[in-house]
Each structure stands twice: as C-alpha cells, then as structure tokens.
Design a protein around this ligand. Structure first.
Ligand code: FES
Length: 237
C-alpha cells in the first residue's frame, strides 16, 4: 500500500454530480479500481480523529502538471476546503471483479448515491457488456449506453442480468433480500457482488473490527477482504 500527497481540488454538489469532490492525485499514483477505496487524512486538521474513506465515482481526468483529477464520493468534514493538502493511502481493499463472461450487467444503488457504481458501469461497457443501473437517486452524466431504471424495476433487471453488482449500507444488510425485491433465500445461481458501505476507521492497520461482517466461514473484515464481497460468501444458501 502506498502513500501519496494529494489535494482537495474542488468540492461538488454531490446530489447533482454523483461525487463529493475532485481529488488531485499526483502523477505516479495508482488509482483505485471500481469498488476499492482510499483513506484521506488532512495533515493540518487537528480535529480529524479517523481517516476518511473515499471511493472513485467517475473517470479520472488529466490535470495540469501531470497528475489526475478524480471524482470521489466520501463523507468529507465540512471544514475541509478546496486547496487543502491531503495525504492519500491506497488504493485499498478488494474492488469489483467483473466476470469475463458477463454480458448483461445489472447495477443497483441501494446505498443512495449511485456514484460508487459508475466506474464499474464504464468498465462493463468497455468490456462490451450491456449495462442497466437501478437507482432512485439523481444521476449525472451517465454514459448513454447505460439503461437507467428505478429501484422498483430491480427484480426484472436482476432477472435480465447475468451479473449483479450493488452497494448497500452495512446496517441494511439484514434486509437485503427485501431490498433486492426477492423472496428469501437469494437464488443460488445468482452471481453477485456487493460493495458494503461501512465505517472503516483503521483501514486494516489496527484490526479494530468495526468493519466486521458475518460470513460463510467466520467473519470478514470489509477493510481488507472487502469492501466488495461475493454475495455467495455472505449468504450461503
Ligand atoms: S476498519 Fe479496522 S478492522 Fe476494518
């Protein structure tokens, strides 16, 4: 894992951009894949108790001076201002792994803002897949090839797809079947990956256990074994 010196380049209206901010990433930085995360620390913010987890929520653009501007979705402290220097740790964790044979990719934003899924939508299009995204939130600048649907259509979209990827808040995992519009248990054949959105204060450095979720064999730490997990590992049925 690497550390980089970055900068908060710009804050955005999250609702309209599917991103909280644009992060300046230095030239040689390895950028996170869809579903991976970074930890952000402001070296001059004495009030910051734990690092902030940030996800890429769009494509990186070339910045002046050779670096990149990366749209991110993150709970940034309001006192952080554009121009603030940030130390970036990452990319961390396991992201989405799009199966090579996937042809019809169903995406579902169950955690609110669909931003965390947008890099996967682009990756799936690049792999030649058809892509449908179910969300009830506002979506900005979605590639025209992605079919946009409401969450009410999710069962039909899941039936259409051969691969499902979604994000969900950790506290809502228990009601997952219902959220997916399915009767429990989830069908065995469903190939699906979930990005579980959880506080990850130590990011694997201290094994604090805050991000632990029950799994097939014992427990998983989302910060290390996730935050993207195979649905089957969590709900063996
Ligand atoms: S965040 Fe501490 S163990 Fe995962």
């Amino acid at each position: 894992v690497n550390h980089y010196k970055g900068r908060l380049a710009e804050t955005l209206l999250e609702r309209y951009q599917n991103a909280t901010a644009r992060l300046y990433c230095p030239p040689l930085m390895k950028l996170p894949k869809a579903g991976q995360y970074m930890q952000l620390v402001s070296p001059h913010d004495e009030l910051q108790a734990v690092p902030v987890s940030a996800f890429a929520s769009g494509a990186a653009e070339q910045a002046d001076g050779g670096g990149f501007l990366l749209p991110i979705l993150a709970d940034l402290p309001e006192r952080w201002q554009p121009g603030d220097e940030l130390s970036i740790r990452g990319p961390l964790g396991r992201g989405f792994e799009l199966p090579k044979r996937a042809k019809r990719v169903a995406l579902a934003a169950l955690a609110g803002n669909p931003g965390r899924l947008l890099p996967l939508a682009s990756a799936a299009l690049a792999q030649g897949c058809e892509v449908a995204l179910c969300t009830d939130a506002a979506v900005a600048s979605l590639p025209a090839a992605v079919e946009l649907r409401g969450l009410a259509d999710l069962p039909a979209v899941i039936a259409w797809g051969d691969f499902l990827a979604f994000d969900i808040k950790i506290e809502e995992l228990e009601g997952l079947e219902e959220k997916l519009g399915m009767r429990s248990p989830l069908p065995r054949a469903l190939e699906a990956q979930a990005l579980v959105v959880s506080p990850m204060p130590c990011g694997g450095m201290a094994k604090c256990g805050v991000c632990a979720v029950p799994a097939h064999k014992g427990e998983r730490l989302l910060c290390e074994d996730g935050p993207v997990v195979e649905l089957r590992e969590m709900f063996p049925s």
